[in-house]
Design a protein around this ligand. Sequence first.
Ligand code: 5GP
Length: 197
Amino acid sequence: MELLKQKIRNEGMVLSETVLKVDSFLNHQIDPNLMNEVGQEFAHLFKNDGITKVLTIESSGIAPGLMAAFHLNVPVIFARKRKSLTLMNDLLTASVHSFTKQETTEISVSKQYIGKGDRILIIDDFLANGQAAFGLIDIVLATQAEVTGIGIVIEKAFQSGGQQLRDSGYRVESLARIKSLKNKQVQFIEETGAAVK
Ligand code: 5GP
């Protein structure tokens, strides 16, 4: 998705060889026009798959997840990372080790919202080692619903998550695939490097 790649080139900050900061449009401030286009692209990619619900994880998955759900005209559910007084019983849970925070959290979704007949599209902002995606898959597999596909805004293809998910038989669609973050450069797959701040 060219617009997304341009945003990454212009505003992305390479913090290390493995971490890209995109706080100006995705992870802190959110660009609603870009998110709208991201949602449209996911909806286009999965339009023939009979998606009934989008599943994402708080907090940075919510914006792209919501826009994908909007364009697919289905609800979006976000897995919560903290227990809440309003989310106590009948929970589906999974353990997720966060790549950026280097801590393990238990994520939860109410059993009320995923069930038999659901065809779930999992959406997340980044794909690194696949922990978040596999956690969300575990949640869906604990129900009688099906994981129909996985949509990722930015995949760091030099990390193992994408390969593991595809090897496990899941369809993964990433709107930008990064080959390398070496030398403070974002290099997209099948493209030459572009310097970023
Ligand atoms: P994974 O679970 O695939 O190892 O990592 C994906 C999760 O970690 C995403 O939900 C995202 O929040 C965070 N993440 C992983 N890598 C990056 C990165 O380079 N930049 C940012 N901003 N978040 C990342």
